[in-house]
Design a protein around this ligand. Structure first.
Ligand SMILES: *Cc1c(COP(=O)(O)O)cnc(C)c1O
Length: 376
């Protein structure tokens, strides 16, 4: 079986984990948490990093830090993980959706303005499969309508965007909006097992994020709580893993780039598939190698995934649109909204094995199996 994600731990992972155990620092107090916050935030190019227990909590904490609350609307893509909507709902805010761009699967920025109302407070720009949202347009709209911008960089760690709004230069995804959230789940470029981080240059947002992830303990009297917060802390063990992984990030990005290029080369010429592309404003990190079947292929992603599974190749489907999620619709959200490009991506899209431990001979096997699956 070639799994969709496969990891190997060949750096300082064991050494740092052992340091935690030997020193006794295993919960969130301990030197690796600070160190990981500093090192990861400087990797992205942000002044502050606030480590939390997962990416979903990071999104919620980021919205809280911006002051998003009951009745506020947050515009986000329909094509994303449910975490984005959940982060809003837990704060009493309302997710408002826009469709995606068909080729690159990130939010269609030209559809944002029609969704802005007097209650809109923020735009959540979710960079998808390593591809950047066209952030200059988002930043321009935010300025015009006085909105905040949250970036979700869980899938675009290491990707860059050429921003005219931010000094006419390449900037890391996560260093463009007011605040960003990321995830360190096992399939992300940097993993801590489970984990996440909030990133910002704003001192006040950083302070609020730190409070929120730590139960909003009192400043003068520790056990007097003026605000509601949660225990979203990251443990020293998780941060130790993160520090060790971050030491290898340049290598990880090189591996992902090579895998992406190798897939592209090997798959070229298969007519029933459409491959990942990016716009000239993005320096793409192939977080995963994603593709779609063409509608003319007469096959859905579900069918192709079944055929690949039978050939012992692991795959993952694309996101199902938030506007079709039963759990969200039951709350009365999204009425009869339809998002054509999201629905097409869901019906025809999948991603292939893309883990950091994947090798070119394994990719050859994946490509063989894919060709067979398409022909059978
Ligand atoms: C993985 C992911 C998350 C959620 O992260 P968790 O750590 O699993 O909670 C959020 N947003 C996007 C775009 C993701 O891919």
């Amino acid at each position: 079986m070639i799994p969709v994600n496969e990891l190997s731990f060949e750096g300082n992972e064991r050494r740092y984990l052992e340091e935690c155990i030997v020193s006794g620092w295993v919960s969130s107090e301990g030197p690796f948490v600070d160190r990981f916050e500093k090192e990861y935030s400087s990797f992205i190019g942000r002044a502050h990093g606030i480590a939390v227990c997962n990416g979903t909590a990071a999104l919620e904490t980021a919205l809280y830090a911006l002051g998003i609350g009951a009745g506020d609307e947050v515009i986000m893509p329909s094509f994303t993980i449910i975490s984005c909507a959940l982060a809003c709902l837990r704060l009493g805010a309302i997710p408002v959706l826009v469709d995606i761009e068909p080729e690159i699967w990130t939010m269609a920025v030209e559809r944002i303005e029609e969704k802005i109302t007097t209650r809109t407070k923020a735009i959540m720009a979710v960079h998808i499969f390593g591809n950047a949202v066209d952030m200059d347009k988002v930043l321009e709209l935010a300025r015009k309508h006085n909105l905040k911008v949250v970036e979700d960089i869980a899938e675009a760690q290491g990707s860059q965007y050429f921003s005219n709004e931010r000094g006419s230069q390449w900037r890391a995804c996560g260093a463009l909006g007011d605040i960003a959230a990321t995830s360190f789940y096992a399939n992300k470029i940097i993993t801590t097992g489970e984990g996440g981080m909030v990133l910002t240059d704003n001192d006040e947002y950083a302070r609020k994020a730190r409070d929120y992830r730590n139960l909003c303990f009192g400043k003068e009297k520790r056990f007097t709580h003026e605000e509601i917060g949660y225990n979203f802390r990251m443990s020293n063990l998780q941060a130790a893993l993160g520090v060790a992984r971050l030491e290898q990030v340049v290598n990880f990005m090189r591996i992902k780039a090579q895998l992406g290029e190798y897939y592209k080369k090997k798959l070229s010429g298969i007519s029933r598939l459409k491959f990942m592309t990016s716009r000239s404003y993005t320096k793409l990190t192939y977080w995963v190698y994603a593709l779609t079947l063409t509608p003319e292929s007469g096959m859905t992603a579900e069918e192709l995934m079944r055929r690949l599974e039978a050939r012992r190749i692991g795959t993952r489907p694309f996101f199902q649109g938030l506007h079709t999620q039963p759990a969200l619709k039951r709350l009365g959200l999204f009425g009869r909204e339809e998002y054509l490009h999201t629905e097409n991506a869901y019906t025809y899209g999948l991603y292939l094995p893309s883990g950091l431990a994947l090798t070119e001979p394994k990719i050859d096997k994946v490509v063989e199996a894919l060709k067979e699956a398409l022909e059978s």
